[in-house]
Design a protein around this ligand. Structure first.
Ligand SMILES: [Zn+2]
Length: 631
């Protein structure tokens, strides 16, 4: 832990709840600490190795040495991935004090800083002889997108104890953006929102109002068709209608979610209640009609976009890992603004079922897309080969567009900050994990707790008070949306609590322990009947985990497509999943034209082993499905 460290990714100046920094909260064990350790020991280095091998870091060296454009490697926006890696390294430095992560940040700064031009411009793809001119391709050039990630990396650095050279580089770049895209400048937007997030957070670090003003200009300008029309339409980059007029998230999912996140930030910093309400209504509509059971978003591979309402095909789910990260970012901001537990519910669902699904257990291969039904077993990836597309059949070590691995890395390194908050009255626990918290209420009073749990595989959560004064305060605990019948024990008092938020208000003493028992029994889930693609199917969930069926757990070479599940039979919990009952049907080709009716021959009753979706693919090539047709 670094002295004076803030350590928070998002620091709104107002709102219902105050986020905790890496200096105040530490994950100490269980599910997430394993992810964090692998992230530190494997993923961050893995990403760096690939960026060196692919020449993405080398692009900056080539720029300094005058070897561009001939020596440039990778897609036009690879600079952004180097910045995301730096952001991960900064949070990791703050989380664990890792010298390796700190050295990585410093060494990348040394490579990048000399590339900055006198006016603050910094990009390896534009502006040199033989390259397209600066800002000549705002639709796809991604210069502003790259700056956004640069600014976020600098914010992470500034908030983890070091305002070194990279922070200065980022400020010069931000000044350049304000000068170039301010009133009277290029009055357009970038094709991929992200600069807005970086500018507002840099405003929060520096107090420099012009960054906030520029973010507002970008947000207000979008939707006025300053970008070219493309074959997916301007809705792809949210430039078809102003954000304030939209009723639901549409277009490219990551773009839409980054933009909405920045709109929440803007609403908070400017006291714009109306804007906040608009984003909340869009979020509600999107969650209800355009979100997969896993929390995943984006049902079109083509354009990585949201589909229309209820277009949620499980086999064609794109559900990009980055969209999962972005959805967590948005829900976290809405939770801070409103204090409403429904936003923390989505954070949990998405973390366990999208973000945790992406990396392999060794942290060196990733899902880019996260479908809920895999029809054919994938081919084992070659460890040294870049995947050219967002293949979803098995985790791949690296991609030609490799946005997802570093998005996972920066999220895991800063994950502790998403677990709890404080306000003037007390401490709020939003996520369950072994952790230690030592902080102060808004009034300056000290509070500390230690949480222990086997979550998400065990439902007992124990919260022990480690710091307090004598005056009363409130310990709030989120009761997840699915946790009907949760029981809270406080000393001699034991009561069933409803979903939402449970509160204990009293004077605490060090050593007092509050116990929560969450019902983790498996449960059936039926889909909205308007989702045609999964009508007649059910899913099984257990606590926060979506479960799935993999063909490696079926007899012989059966495909999950042949399985029917019997909903009238009890679900049985085992050590490593849930056992359901079902049958295999014989797949027969019906010929053409289709007949009037079908009766498929069924086999004997079999047991169906259902396992957490985030583990799928870990045992090799398999077919897989979350939604299973009922008998
Ligand atoms: Zn991605």
């Amino acid at each position: 832990m670094i002295d004076g460290m803030d350590g928070r990714p998002v620091v709104p100046t107002s709102g219902k709840l105050r986020p905790l920094g890496l200096g105040e909260i530490e994950i100490t064990g269980g599910f997430w600490v394993e992810r964090q350790k692998v992230n530190e020991s494997a993923t961050i280095g893995h990403c760096h190795d690939w960026m060196e091998r692919q020449g993405w870091v080398g692009n900056f060296r080539a720029a300094t040495e005058g070897r561009l454009p001939q020596d440039r490697n990778g897609v036009v926006f690879t600079d952004s991935d180097v910045y995301k890696l730096m952001e991960a390294a900064a949070w990791e430095t703050g989380r664990s004090g890792s010298d390796t992560a700190d050295s990585l940040f410093r060494s990348l700064t040394e490579v990048i800083a000399p590339v900055q031009e006198r006016d603050g411009y910094l990009n390896t793809s534009f502006g040199r002889p033989g390259q397209p001119p600066r800002y000549s391709d705002l639709e796809w050039g991604h210069e502003l997108y790259c700056y956004g990630h640069m600014l976020q990396a600098a914010v992470a650095r500034a908030r983890t104890g070091d305002t070194d050279e990279f922070v200065e580089v980022a400020k010069r770049a931000a000044d350049h953006v304000c000068e170039t895209f301010g009133k009277g400048g290029i009055e357009r937007v970038g094709g991929h929102p992200e600069i807005e997030l970086g500018l507002i957070e840099l405003f929060r670090v520096t107090g420099e109002e012009r960054y906030l003003d520029q973010a507002r200009l970008f947000i207000d300008r979008r939707g006025h068709q300053t970008l070219d029309d493309i074959h997916w339409g301007r809705s792809y980059f949210q430039d078809d209608i102003p954000l304030r007029e939209a009723t639901v998230f549409a277009g490219h999912s990551v773009r839409a979610l980054y933009l909405a996140s920045s709109a929440v930030d803007l609403a908070i910093e400017t006291g714009d209640e109306e804007l906040l309400e608009i984003v909340i209504r869009q979020w509600e509509m999107t969650i209800a009609r355009r979100t997969y059971l896993t929390g995943g978003m984006g049902s079109h591979h083509e354009g990585e976009m949201y589909g229309d309402d209820f277009v949620l095909p499980p086999d064609r789910a794109y559900s990009e890992t980055c969209a999962g990260v972005a959805s967590v970012m948005l829900a976290w901001r809405l939770l801070l603004a409103t204090g409403e537990s429904r936003f923390a519910d989505i954070v949990e669902r998405t973390l366990f079922n999208v973000v945790a699904t992406s990396p392999a257990p060794d942290g060196k291969a990733f899902f880019y897309a996260n479908p809920l039904h895999q029809r054919v077993p994938g081919a084992l990836p070659t460890p040294d080969q870049v995947s050219n597309r967002a293949a979803s059949s098995l985790r791949e070590p690296w991609f030609a567009v490799s946005c997802c691995p570093t998005n996972v890395a920066r999220t895991f390194a800063s994950l502790a900050t998403y677990l709890a908050t404080v306000d003037g009255d007390g401490l709020q626990i939003h996520q369950f994990a072994d952790c230690r918290i030592s902080t102060a209420l808004e009034t300056g009073r000290p509070v500390g707790i230690e949480m222990t749990t086997g979550y998400p595989f065990r439902g007992r959560v124990s919260v022990r008070i480690t710091e307090t004064d004598e005056s009363p305060w409130t310990l709030s605990i989120r009761i997840p949306e699915w946790a009907t019948g949760a029981v809270l024990t406080d000393g001699g008092s034991r009561k069933t609590v409803g979903t939402g938020t449970a509160m204990v208000t009293r004077s605490f003493a060090v050593g007092d322990t509050i116990e929560l028992e969450l019902p983790l029994g498996p449960r059936w889930t039926v889909p909205d009947p308007r989702i045609d693609a999964i009508r007649g199917c059910v899913a099984v969930e257990q606590g926060p985990l979506v479960l799935c069926l993999e063909s490696v757990d079926l007899p012989g070479d059966s495909n999950v497509g042949s399985v029917r599940i019997n909903q009238s039979r009890e679900l049985e919990t085992t050590e490593d999943g849930v056992i359901a009952t079902g049958q295999l049907v014989d797949d027969v080709d019906l010929g053409w034209p289709y007949p009037e009716s079908i009766s498929l021959p069924r086999g004997d009753e079999i047991q169906l082993r259902l396992t957490p979706y985030h583990q799928w693919g870990n045992r090799g090539p398999a077919t897989m499905r979350v939604w299973i047709p009922i008998i």
